[in-house]
Each structure stands twice: as C-alpha cells, then as structure tokens.
Design a protein around this ligand. Structure first.
Ligand code: ADP
Ligand code: MG
Length: 340
C-alpha cells in the first residue's frame, strides 16, 4: 500500500489519479497528524510533494521523510533527492564535491571575508538567498558598492525570504500578461502589508552571503528534469529587460531547442546525485552548459505542453507522457529502493 499525503496541489492530485486509474493500492494520509506513523502501519511507501512555501512543510517535511526512510520505508522524495531542496547553499557544496559543471559560486560566513572578496572580485555578480523560487530571491549585483551593501545587510538585519516590493512588481507583470487573476494580484498587494506565513516561519536570512559569477548572454535558461531513467526539458525565456528566466511564464517546448549534450549531462548528474527526481537549471557559458541550481519539486502546469521525453539511452519518445506515474513506479520498482 502506498500512502499519499493529502495535498491539494503539486504532484498529489496526479499521483491519486494514476493510482485510481491503475488500481494501485493507496491511501490518503495527513502528514501533519500526530498519529502519522500509526496511519502508515499498513503502508510500504509514502509520497509527499512538500513545498518551499508551505509553512508546515518547511517545519517538518524533511524530518518526517528522513525518519521513515531510516526505518526502511520507501519514500518520495528520499534523502538524496531532497536534502538540498530549496537550499542553494547546500547545493554549492554538493555540486562542487561531485565535480559537476556548476557555475562558480561564493559563500561567506563572516562580513570580513565577504568584504575582502568583494573588494577584489569582478562585476557583475549574482546574489541569491539560499531559498526561493521563480527568481524571487535572485538579484544582479552591478558593482562593489552594491555588493558591500548586500554584505552589510546579510551580516546586519538580514533579508526577508519574501521580497514584498519585488513580488508585487512581479505579480503586476504577470497580471498584465494575463497569467494571473485580479484576485491573485490583490493578494499580492495585501502581502505588501502582511507578510506570507512561510516567510514569517522561516525568519530572516542572515549570517551568510551567497554569490555566483554572472554568466552573460543567455536569453533563457534550460531546465531538464530527470526522473529515474527518463528526462524531459523546457526552455524558459528571460523577462524583458532582465537576466532571470525562472518564473517568467515564457516557456518553449520543441525538441529541437534541446541539445543532446545537455540531456546526457543531466542524466549523468542525476546518477551521481542518486536522485529519484531532479530538475537542473542550466545556463550556457561559451557554448558549455553550467548548472545554476537543482530542485526535486516543480509546478506541473509548466510541463503539460512538453512534447516528448528521452530515456537514458537517448531514445526519444514523442507525445504526451505522465511523469507523476514514473514517480509512483519508483515506489513499486525494487531497483530504485534506497537500501537502509
Ligand atoms: N549565475 C547566473 N548567471 C546568469 N543567470 C543566472 C545565474 N543564476 C541565475 N540566473 C538566472 O536567474 C534565474 C533564477 O535563478 P535560480 O538560481 O534558478 O533561482 P530560482 O530558484 O528562483 O529559480 C534563472 O532562471 C536564470 O535565468
Ligand atoms: Mg531556478
């Protein structure tokens, strides 16, 4: 029996639909319930698409999934797939250790070391908080003065996980493009005054600062998602007058947009990461793809228009497909069970 968290969005509805259609024994559980472990007694697996902006998930999802995995239960996502989720700082050390092609990144834990680096380095650089999605916590740093201002904030009052003004401007942009409703726009206006619960829970980001080299000349980024031995990709165009692609809402899907080299690289990296499901965001530097971040989770609506997928032998399968069923298959396939 597979337990699926009672989530209303993300992968959850897709998992339930596939289980029902294929008579896969499953049960819906509430992962926030005090008797979760009892609820799971007749289950061999738990699937939970926890999210970076759900306050309860931030508090406890990783701990619950790690505990269950340690007890021998199959989980999605498992430890290797998600310890680094929404943690760009953790990803830096992981990708460097595995010698994966990762954009040059810099992390500092004292103002002195950061300032001495900022005095000597070249600009522009990219400043990121360790968490965040849709480009919200990613900024271009044009010069030393801005870098030092950022460093002083990071080692002073810190940064909020929710950029009120930036988020409102982004909502306004999406509203004008008819990508969000007036209600969503109004909610965003309200959040100028009342910060969202998730950022309240996360508190301020302080005591570290994280930069990357700015890789110029990209009008897009490429996201390749690898789930077990299958991969699919999307190309996201940057916002007008901006260098940031993720969350722009301008997505392209044709197969010809994706170089085989980048797909092979993603398969290879996924194997090294030992992940069940992982999305790689790439930009190009002088024709070579570099990873800028990784993430186990993604929003299904951005991928519905994908036109096909590759297997790890680089065979192409044209047509619609159901990546959420592949995640479920992992829970049924002995080959991918993470041994204790
Ligand atoms: N080092 C970089 N050089 C050039 N562009 C970058 C760099 N890092 C990020 N970007 C751009 O900014 C966007 C958001 O960055 P990313 O690290 O993927 O954050 P998020 O988690 O918000 O998606 C990317 O989609 C990419 O277009
Ligand atoms: Mg990204």
């Amino acid at each position: 029996m597979i337990a699926i968290h009672n989530g209303k969005d993300g992968f959850h509805p897709e998992w339930v639909k596939y289980s029902k259609e294929n008579n896969i024994p499953h049960k819906i559980v509430d992962c926030y319930s005090n008797n979760l472990i009892q609820q799971l007694e007749d289950c061999h697996a738990l699937m939970w698409h926890f999210s970076q902006n759900n306050p309860k998930d931030i508090l406890i999802s990783k701990q619950i999934l790690f505990s269950l995995q340690q007890s021998g239960m199959k989980v999605f996502p498992d430890f290797n797939t998600m310890w680094h989720f929404d943690d760009k700082l953790g990803q830096k050390y992981l990708l460097e250790s595995l010698k994966l092609p990762f954009v040059q990144s810099y992390a500092f834990y004292t103002a002195e070391t950061a300032i001495s680096w900022a005095e000597k380095t070249t600009y522009p650089k990219v400043f990121k908080l360790r968490g965040g999605a849709g480009s919200t916590n990613v900024r271009l740093v044009e010069n030393k003065k801005s870098a030092i201002y950022i460093i002083n904030t990071a080692f002073g009052p810190g940064f909020s996980n929710y950029d009120r003004l930036g988020s409102f401007k982004e909502s306004w942009r999406l509203y004008k493009l008819s990508k969000i409703s007036i209600i969503t726009l109004l909610k965003s206006a309200l959040r100028m005054i009342i910060q969202p619960k998730f950022s309240e829970i996360m508190g301020m980001e302080r005591g570290y600062v994280y930069f990357q080299d700015y890789i110029p000349g990209n009008d897009s980024d490429i996201r390749v998602v690898v789930i077990a031995d299958k991969a699919f990709a999307i190309k996201r165009l940057v916002r007008k007058g901006d260098f940031r692609a993720s969350g722009s809402g301008h997505i392209l899907y044709e197969k010809a947009l994706f170089d085989e080299v980048i797909i092979k690289l993603a398969f290879n990296a996924s194997q090294k990461l030992k992940s069940q499901c992982i999305a790689f965001d790439f930009v190009y530097q002088d024709g070579n793809p570099l990873i800028i971040e990784i993430s186990y989770g993604f929003a299904p609506h951005g991928y519905r228009e994908c036109v096909g997928y590759w297997d790890s032998d680089m065979n192409w399968f044209e047509g619609k497909f159901d990546p959420y069923s592949w995640m479920l298959d992992l829970m049924l396939d002995e080959k991918y069970i993470d041994t204790k």
